[in-house]
Design a protein around this ligand. Structure first.
Ligand SMILES: NC(=O)C1=CN([C@@H]2O[C@H](COP(=O)(O)OP(=O)(O)OC[C@H]3O[C@@H](n4cnc5c(N)ncnc54)[C@H](OP(=O)(O)O)[C@@H]3O)[C@@H](O)[C@H]2O)C=CC1
Ligand SMILES: O=C(O)C1=N[C@H](C(=O)O)C[C@H](O)C1
Length: 269
């Protein structure tokens, strides 16, 4: 046991869960305080290192999230919307910083995090990478500089396991573009085109989704006008960028006042 802030990883067996565990273990600024999986999962009760196919780590995977959270300073949670809402209540009860990477949450589900954020800091972002959060700032700036003669389209591609669409990142980029234009995304978003759609409505922000293979995550923001196009692009080739951002957020959140934060706050962008 060291004095370093302890981090619990929920959804430990997931793609991001395993990446987060490796990232915390490699960090000299944090320690792995626990690993949580849901009741009935075959990793529960096993040594985490062995479950991951390696050597023992001396950390037993648990389904008792509250017990794990009370032994930690932060929880990093890349799971699913219903699970994240439940974990937010437990993190607030335990007084842990809650870092949320889960995407696909509805407005109503996001609103359910508010009572927990009154008790503990919550850092939530659909993308924890430096590059995407910088791209958001660029998107806002370009959208503010251009008028509606430039059609804005957000195009995203992800692996075939992804369950939500458009991606959390695509929606963040759409929000940034709408903010730059001084409009509400919900008033201008076009998220589904099929059949006789009619001509594109001026001022709309469109979304296109690709799912295939092992694509980690790719996002383009296209500004298309008569005679010219601008494309802002981010390509993730390694999930480690998300995990590093999440660990940074967990450390940044230590000692912060309760409230809802995002990666723009963490990165000071
Ligand atoms: N913000 C960011 O930077 C990023 C966000 N993400 C987001 O993170 C989330 C996870 O992605 P990924 O790791 O690829 O997904 P996986 O499906 O690989 O992992 C999800 C994990 O969460 C667990 N889980 C799901 N539902 C529940 C539940 N109700 N209770 C407890 N545990 C649950 C799963 O357990 P089980 O196997 O038992 O279902 C699994 O361990 C997604 O929303 C994704 O979009 C991903 C990358 C970057
Ligand atoms: O599910 C994923 O994999 C990813 N999800 C996030 C999203 O929805 O934007 C971030 C990243 O693109 C990978």
């Amino acid at each position: 046991m060291t004095d370093l802030p302890g981090i619990v990883i929920t959804g430990a067996s997931g793609r991001m869960g395993q990446m987060l565990i490796k990232t915390v273990l490699e960090s000299d600024k944090a320690r792995l305080a626990g690993a949580v999986e849901r009741t009935g999962h075959d990793w529960v009760g096993r040594d985490l290192g062995e479950a991951m196919g390696g050597t023992p780590l001396g950390v037993t995977v648990t389904d008792d999230a509250l017990a794990a959270f009370t032994q930690a300073e932060a929880v990093i949670d890349f799971t699913a919307p219903e699970a994240t809402i439940a974990f937010a209540k437990l993190a607030a009860q335990a007084g842990c910083v809650h870092v949320i990477g889960t995407t696909g949450m509805t407005e109503d589900q996001i609103a359910q995090l508010a009572p927990s954020a009154q008790k503990t800091p919550i850092v939530r972002a659909g993308n924890m990478s430096l590059g995407v959060n910088l791209l958001m700032q660029l998107t806002k700036k370009v959208a503010a500089a251009l008028d509606e003669d430039f059609d804005i389209e957000v195009i995203e591609a992800h692996h075939h396991h992804k369950v939500d669409a458009p991606s959390g990142t695509a929606l963040m980029l759409g929000e940034a573009a709408a903010e730059g234009r001084g409009v509400k995304l919900t008033d201008v978003e076009d998220r589904a085109r099929d059949g006789i759609t009619g001509a594109r409505k001026k001022g709309d922000i469109g979304f296109s989704v690709i799912r295939g293979g092992d694509i980690v995550g790719e996002h383009d923001v296209l500004f298309a006008a008569a005679g010219e196009r601008i494309i802002l692009r981010h390509m993730a080739t390694d999930r480690a960028i998300f995990a590093r951002g999440a660990v940074k957020a967990a450390l940044w959140g230590q000692g912060k006042a309760p409230g809802e934060y995002d990666m723009v706050d963490v990165l000071g962008l």
